[in-house]
Ligand binder design. Structure first.
Ligand code: AMP
Length: 172
């Protein structure tokens, strides 16, 4: 994991002043780092019977797709409003400035599914908490939550449901 960490780029003041942005594109473009990320993510869920991986737009699509492929599971996108073509369910949540919304197809998850929701970075946890509620409303058997990076200083876990099992590969 030290190798992956060495490939993550810190960008100061992005997207707004005061944010230290953890840029994973520099790790994803490195074949060895990408391989380690995909392998280590999948090892966390090998024996869990996962049937669907939900990736959160847009940076969660990358690790989420790899995870789904490695586990032999399906992939489901959770998207920004207006992007999904068929019937959707949506959830709005408070961001630092204003309100954001995410959508999923209403038939994306069934009651027999065991689901991992994946995003690249856990910051405040608001996005993941909203995605969790959406997935939960479709009544799958079990929901796991996963990130590549967890920014512990922001204590995002406090905003995630207490009954969810949360994992992350790298903590800062
Ligand atoms: P949050 O809802 O605050 O947990 O923010 C989650 C989303 O914002 C994630 O999908 C991340 O991609 C992105 N994000 C927030 N803060 C950072 C950061 N410091 N570095 C990289 N990505 C971030």
């Amino acid at each position: 994991m030290e190798y992956v960490k060495s490939k993550i780029r810190d960008v100061v003041d992005f997207p707004t002043k005061g944010v230290l942005f953890k840029d994973l594109t520099t790790a994803f473009k490195d074949p060895r780092a990408l391989h380690i990320i995909g392998w280590d993510l999948s090892q966390l869920y090998r024996d869990k019977g996962i049937t669907k991986v939900v990736g959160i737009e847009s940076r969660g699509f990358i690790g989420g797709s790899i995870l789904a492929f490695e586990l032999g599971a399906g992939f489901v996108p959770a998207r920004k409003p207006g992007k999904l073509p068929a019937n959707v369910i949506r959830n709005s949540y408070q961001k630092e400035y204003g309100v954001d919304t995410i959508e999923m197809h209403a038939d994306a998850i069934s009651e027999n599914d065991i689901v991992v929701i994946h995003d690249d970075v856990l910051a405040t946890g608001g996005t993941m908490a909203a995605a969790y509620e959406l997935v939960k409303s479709m009544n799958p058997k079990k929901i796991y939550i996963n990130f590549i990076i967890e920014l512990e200083s922001l204590n995002g876990r406090a905003n995630l449901p207490a009954d969810a099992e949360v994992t992350s590969l790298i903590k800062y």
